[in-house]
Structure formats: structure tokens, C-alpha cells
Write a protein that binds this ligand. Structure first.
Ligand code: XMP
Length: 516
């Protein structure tokens, strides 16, 4: 394992992903973890991430010198580089000379482990105020910039390396290569970690954990729960039952997809609960977005608990249902400050949160993986592309894409409009270019139109195509006009009561991706 020590910016997750892209397994630990504890994990190498702080700031995070003296190869990046410099006796000055953004780096390759085979001049991404003017004793300076005399240093004997810039961001043109040089040449690691290893490891662990007992898994139709279910199914077969709650807020074809594609690919036992009327009744008269979300979350839990009781009642002599499968991902774990210990089910999860007093032990086979790795695992498990490459869709479904009260008629209308938009985007080959494209019905708004010979007074449909890397921020997608035109024409022609299609051209922030 390579430990990525997180100094408090968003960089650690990206570094951990880059290390895994180099096919070496990595885990993130907080910089507050005592060095002895880090070393007890027996790391093959350690990467110190960047961070928002200056090494001279009050309360700036530090690291015990022992980290550099344990014989474990260390690579410091940005803040991690400066920390390494000051801790080992180099000089870092607050010169006021800032570098931010794309910066030319001058490399001196002779004797360099990090830069071999990369150009003498390369573009790197900088973000710092302080600058290193002298490397610690025993280190060779292997790069500089116009502003910073020491932008990289290396000590091959002690296996300690550092760069002032951010090799993990794509603007650093040879960043991945430099990282791989550290991992393979500096730390002597072999690139042999694959998602295949994860499957084998998890299958064995799940069998061990579950024994002869039974487990259930809520399927939402999304990627994470589908892959988690498939993995557990591979481990324990018929001891797993999947529960799919059809709340009537799904898109066209979604329930059928779960019923057919997923079952066909995995052979899983599936229990489909038709709860459409129950959800509609609960949502009647409600327009407030938060209230809708809470109602949907609550109803979902009730249906799920009922399904679980039925499963037990259907085969009362069988082993008890003691386990609940969750599709929790690594970013969820890191963001909740965890990484160790037993999980609390998080309220932001897919369906609006399961109660904490649920009497289950959790199985979370994806809790070490990033989203793209989950997709790879899904592929390896033989799930079809339609499931694995699926764009995100919110747990509360179309319920939060109708601005106004949710009714059966409005859901049917929105389902039609959404199906047309999806069809045309797929037809135009744009599915991988956009992150997702919510289609929203403004049910409380009407505008005047003219169709055929008559006046219409219908509802607008909003198209909200966005591009994003992680849904935390997003930009509106610049879709080709002819695609937009086709979607607009078809929706106004084919969907009764809709006489206008509008495009949302707001980034996030300030707008969220969903309208509610
Ligand atoms: P927002 O609207 O917050 O959405 O910009 C960010 C991403 O999260 C999805 N989303 C949800 N996913 N349960 C989910 O599983 C939810 O309650 C939920 N609300 C929003 C949204 O589709 C987007 O991808």
C-alpha cells in the first residue's frame, strides 16, 4: 500500500487515484495520524500531498521527522515538498514570489530518478507562495523555475523525493510519468494492482463475513448499488436477495432494465416492490423540494423494511437476514472522515438515508474504490454497458424534477420528454460527453403557444445538460444546436401539454445540477 498523507486540500483524492492509475494500491490518511500509526500500516511508500497552508502559518500541519527516517520511500508534493525541505534542514522562504497556474519547469536530468525520459522543459501546475531556496543536505536539485531555484530535489540513497508543483493535475504535462518514476524506480514497486484483485479479495472476505446467513441489497438502478450487488452475488449466490422499489418516480424503461438486464447478467434473486400508489399518495399536495425529498426517503425505508420482513416470512426456516449490502464508495468514506471502523449509514446516501438503528451488519464491498474503478469492476463482473456506464440519476428520481406537485399525469408527461431527450443524446453520440442531462417539468408555469391552428397554454420543459468531473461543480454543456433543435421539436410535437422547451445555461455554482 502507498499511503497518501492528506494535508487538507482536495489534492489527496486525486493523488490517490493517480497512484492507482499507475496500478499501485493507495489509501488516504489524515496528516494528524501519528507517524507510528502510519508506519504500522507497513506502507511500501508514502506521498505527502499539497495543502492550503504555508509552512510558516500558525497551526500549519507538520509531520514528525521520523517519517523520513524509517527507510520508507517518500514523495513530497507542493506543501509536502516544503515540509520535507524544512524538516530535513533545507531553506524555505516567504519571498512573496508567488507562482500560480501553468509554469515552465527547467529540468536537469542528470542523475534524476524522477525526470528521466521527460523533456528538459516542461509545463507544470504551481500553486504556492513560499519558495525553497536550498535543498537539505544530501539532496540533488533536479528542477527549477524562473522564480524558484529549487523546484524538485531527490535523495536516491534515502529514497526521498520532492517537487514544488502538482504532478497529479493534468496541466502538469509529465506529472503521471514523474509519479510513476517515483513509484517504480524510487520505491521499487511493481504495477500489479488491478480491479481484478479487488474482486477476488472481496469475494473471499464477503464469504467469510456472511458464512451461511443471508443478505439483502437495495437496488436503485444506479451503478454503485448494481456493482455492489453483483459482487456480493458472486460471493454468496442465492443467500442474497436484491430489493428494487418501484416508486413510480423512475424514468421510462428503468424498472424493466433492472428486471431484465441486471437479472440476466447476474442471475440474482430479485424482489420488485410496486409502491407507486403509496409514494403518490404520500406526495399528494406537496410542492416544497425538501419536503418531497424527506417524504420519498421515509417511504422508501418503510417499503424496504416491509420487503425484508416478507423475505424472512417467505422462507422462515432459512438462515436469518443479517446483512445489508451498501454501495458506499471511497470518496464517501474519506469525506465522512472515516476509513477505519464500522460505518454509520450516511444520510446522503442514494435513497435519502436508512435509519441508524437498522439491525443489520453492513457489507460495503466498494468502500475502497473510486467511481471509475467501480465501473471497471462492474465491467469485469460482466454487467452490461447500459448499467455500468450509466449517468448519475438522483435517488428521489423524477419527483425532484417536477417543479410543483407530483402527480401521475405529470410524471407520465415528464417520462416522455425525458425519454426523447435521452434518445436524441444517445443517437448523437453525446452520452460520454455530458455528465448528465436532467429534464425538468415546470408544472406550475404555463405559457401561450400556437400549434396547428389553435392557441395552446402549456408547460415548459427545461433541458439541463451539464459537464462535470464529480458533480461538486459543473458547467452547462454546449450541445450542438441541431441536437437541441431535434429534442425541442420532438418534445413539443410528441408530448401533450408541452409547448415550449428551454435550455438552462447556468453553471454550478450558482445553480445546482438538479432544480430541487
Ligand atoms: P446537485 O443537484 O446537488 O446534484 O448539484 C449533484 C449530483 O447528485 C445527484 N443528486 C442525488 N443523488 N440522491 C442521489 O443519489 C439524491 O437525493 C440526489 N440529489 C442530487 C444529482 O443528480 C447530481 O448528479
Amino acid at each position: 500500500t502507498v499511503l497518501v498523507v492528506d494535508f487538507g486540500a482536495q489534492y489527496a483524492q486525486l493523488i490517490a487515484r493517480r497512484v492507482r492509475e499507475a496500478r499501485v494500491y493507495s489509501e488516504i490518511v489524515p496528516s494528524t495520524m501519528p507517524v507510528a500509526e502510519m508506519l504500522a500500516k507497513n506502507p511500501a511508500a508514502i506521498v505527502l500531498s499539497g495543502g492550503p497552508s504555508s509552512v510558516y502559518a500558525e497551526h500549519a500541519p507538520t509531520v514528525d521527522r521520523a517519517l523520513f527516517e524509517a527507510g520508507v520511500p517518500v514523495f513530497g508534493m507542493c506543501y509536502g515538498f516544503q515540509l520535507m525541505a524544512t524538516t530535513l534542514g533545507g531553506t524555505v522562504d516567504n519571498t512573496g514570489a508567488r507562482e500560480y497556474g501553468r509554469t515552465p519547469l527547467h529540468v536537469s536530468k542528470s542523475g534524476s530518478t524522477l525526470f528521466e525520459g521527460t523533456p528538459d522543459e516542461q509545463s507544470v501546475w504551481m500553486s504556492h507562495g513560499d519558495a525553497c531556496s536550498a535543498a537539505p543536505e544530501g539532496f540533488t536539485v533536479t528542477a527549477s523555475t524562473d522564480v524558484v531555484p529549487v523546484a524538485a530535489f531527490e535523495n536516491d540513497e534515502k529514497k526521498l523525493y520532492g517537487v514544488q508543483y502538482h504532478p497529479e493535475v493534468m496541466h502538469s504535462t509529465h506529472g503521471q510519468q514523474v509519479l510513476e518514476h517515483f513509484l517504480y524506480r524510487g520505491a521499487g514497486l511493481t504495477p500489479d494492482w488491478t480491479t481484478g484483485n479487488v474482486i477476488d479479495e472481496q469475494v473471499a472476505a464477503i464469504r467469510d463475513q456472511v458464512g451461511t446467513k443471508r443478505a439483502i441489497c437495495g437496488l436503485s438502478g444506479g451503478v454503485d448499488s448494481a456493482v455492489a450487488a453483483a459482487l456480493v452475488q458472486k460471493a454468496i449466490g442465492s443467500q442474497l436477495t436484491c430489493v428494487y422499489v418501484d416508486h413510480g418516480l423512475m424514468r421510462k424503461g428503468e424498472t424493466e432494465q433492472v428486471e431484465k438486464d441486471f437479472v440476466a447478467a447476474t442471475g440474482v434473486q430479485l424482489k420488485v416492490v410496486d409502491a407507486q400508489e403509496r409514494f403518490l399518495a404520500a406526495l399528494a399536495g406537496v410542492s416544497d423540494p425538501e419536503e418531497k425529498r424527506k417524504i420519498i426517503g421515509r417511504e422508501f425505508i418503510r417499503v424496504f423494511e416491509q420487503a425484508q420482513a416478507e423475505i424472512v416470512a417467505e422462507a422462515p426456516g432459512d438462515q436469518p437476514v443479517e446483512f445489508l449490502v451498501q454501495g458506499t464508495l471511497y470518496p464517501d468514506v474519506v469525506e465522512s472522515g472515516g476509513g477505519t471502523g464500522t460505518a454509520n449509514i450516511k444520510s446522503h446516501h442514494n435513497v435519502g438515508g436508512l435509519p441508524e438503528d437498522l439491525e443489520f451488519q453492513l457489507i460495503e464491498p466498494l468502500r475502497k474504490l473510486f467511481k471509475d474503478e467501480v465501473r471497471m469492476v462492474g465491467q469485469e463482473l460482466g454487467l452490461p454497458d447500459e448499467i455500468v456506464q450509466r449517468q448519475p440519476f438522483p435517488g428521489p428520481g423524477l419527483g425532484i424534477r417536477i417543479v410543483g406537485e407530483v402527480t401521475k399525469d405529470r410524471l407520465d408527461l415528464l417520462r416522455e420528454a425525458d425519454a426523447i431527450a435521452r434518445e436524441e443524446l444517445t443517437e448523437a453520440g453525446l452520452d460520454r460527453d455530458i455528465w448528465q442531462c436532467p429534464v425538468v417539468l415546470l408544472a406550475d408555469v404555463r405559457s401561450v403557444g400556437v400549434q396547428g391552428d389553435g392557441r395552446t397554454y402549456g408547460h415548459p420543459i427545461v433541458l439541463r445538460p451539464v459537464s462535470s468531473e464529480d458533480a461538486m461543480t459543473a458547467d452547462w454543456s454546449r450541445l450542438p444546436y441541431d441536437v437541441l433543435a431535434r429534442i425541442s421539436t420532438r418534445i413539443t410535437n410528441e408530448v401533450a401539454d408541452v409547448n415550449r422547451v428551454v435550455l438552462d445555461v447556468t453553471s454550478k455554482p450558482p445553480g445546482t445540477i438538479e432544480w430541487e
